[in-house]
Design a protein around this ligand. Structure first.
Ligand SMILES: Nc1ncnc2c1ncn2[C@@H]1O[C@H](COP(=O)(O)OP(=O)(O)OP(=O)(O)O)[C@@H](O)[C@H]1O
Ligand SMILES: [Mg+2]
Length: 232
């Protein structure tokens, strides 16, 4: 699989297909048993210095925000990445304030991340990536469990940053709507192997792929059959 700069990719597949595992491999959180991973043109090794340098250029949103948030307050959590980049403190504060405002959490900045709801945690975790202005943004289920207003805000802010900073985006989702609207290219995994790679719209119109992922019509049909079935 190859990712070109400044494009938006969707990584798709059923539960357990290997999406999150592949993303973890890409940032060196897991070691591949075979094959190689090249990132920004360099082969990924276990060298700590290299990993450190690469991770400074990648924003990685974990599927579960509880794996991501750790600081005593939301503001400190968001500022952490920017401080790691050794930016001047004034710039750290500026970016933190901007990112918290962008995800609509500024009023919670002194709260503990653990007091937030799931959706708010996801928004706080995203703010922590935005401050990095990364070259590559990897988003594992960025829209799961978010309300429509949050999804709308997130897409708007990510899109603005993407065009300004010329970012590349790779995201996973189970909502084909986002794939149709946002992704230029898709990768589809099945049982840990690549099943399809190519144009998003063409891929989603392929009956084999529709069958694997479940089209809107199939979901509608499934829903209707639940309504019809009477309780035991
Ligand atoms: N280090 C590992 N080595 C080998 N297999 C692993 C490793 N970590 C996880 N797996 C397995 O890989 C499979 C894929 O899990 P993964 O979380 O990547 O799926 P996913 O496509 O992200 O699913 P979901 O849509 O539910 O998030 C699981 O069966 C998991 O047990
Ligand atoms: Mg996953």
């Amino acid at each position: 699989m190859q990712i070109e700069q400044e494009s938006i990719y969707a990584l798709l597949g059923n539960n357990g297909a290997g999406k999150s595992t592949l993303l973890r491999l890409m940032v060196g959180l897991l070691k591949p048993k075979s094959g190689t991973i090249k990132i920004f043109g360099k082969t990924l090794t276990r060298n700590r210095k290299q990993l450190w340098k690469i991770r400074q250029q990648i924003g990685f949103l974990f599927q579960n925000p509880d794996d991501q948030l750790f600081a005593p307050t939301i503001a400190e959590d968001v500022a952490f990445g920017a401080r790691n980049l050794k930016l001047p403190e004034e710039e750290v504060q500026k970016r933190t304030e901007w990112a918290l405002k962008a995800v609509n959490l500024l009023h919670y900045k002194n709260e503990s991340p653990f007091n937030l709801s799931w959706g708010q945690k996801k928004r706080a975790a995203l703010a922590g990536l935005l401050v990095l202005k990364p070259k590559l943004l990897i988003l594992d289920e960025p829209f799961a469990n978010l309300d429509f207003q949050s999804i709308h805000n997130h897409i708007k802010i990510i899109e603005t940053l993407r065009t300004q900073e010329k970012m590349t985006i790779l995201f996973t989702t189970h909502h084909l709507f986002f794939v149709e609207k946002w992704a230029q290219k898709v990768f589809i995994l099945k049982d840990g192997k690549k099943f399809y790679e190519g144009d998003a719209i063409k891929g989603l119109s392929n009956p084999k792929i529709k069958n694997l992922l479940g089209s809107y019509e199939q979901i509608e049909e499934l829903f209707q059959s639940f309504k019809k079935s009477s309780p035991p």
